[in-house]
Design a protein around this ligand. Structure first.
Ligand code: AMP
Length: 118
């Protein structure tokens, strides 16, 4: 599995720094965002170091997409977010507001979300 030594999310995957982990399997990890933007704010990441949603390594046959979807559905059910709804966000690149260059999906819920996000 590809890892980057100076990547904060790779360090979380390798348990070098702590995180509040909600879900884990061979392919993905989900943990609470350190800066909660909603009552529930979880990040779902591939364990492999994939820099962004545009990365060529993100082929459909890697199993990453299926694993991310499974994790999102499991978390939404476990936290009862599926009843009232929730939001999934991926920020890509400079204009997208991506600050950590390891692919991650924000799962936000527990309050009414606004649109557009700004
Ligand atoms: P983005 O701005 O979309 O790249 O999202 C990166 C997210 O990672 C932000 O919401 C940060 O609060 C979050 N984050 C950064 N460092 C950590 C960490 N050590 N543990 C949990 N979340 C983090």
């Amino acid at each position: 599995m590809t890892m980057e030594l100076d990547c904060i999310f790779c360090k979380i995957v390798n348990k070098k720094i702590p995180a509040s982990i909600l879900f884990e399997n061979d392919t993905v990890l989900a943990f609470r965002d350190i800066e909660q933007k909603a009552p529930e704010h979880i990040l779902v990441i591939p364990k492999a170091h994939v820099p962004s949603i545009m990365d060529q390594s993100l082929a459909r046959d890697t199993g990453i997409w299926d694993a991310v979807l499974d994790a999102i559905q499991t978390i939404a059910k476990d936290l009862n977010l599926d009843t009232n709804g929730f939001r999934v966000v991926n920020n890509m690149g400079l204009h997208g507001g991506q600050t950590v260059d390891h692919l991650h999906f924000h799962v936000l819920g527990g309050r009414q979300m606004n649109w557009p996000p700004g």
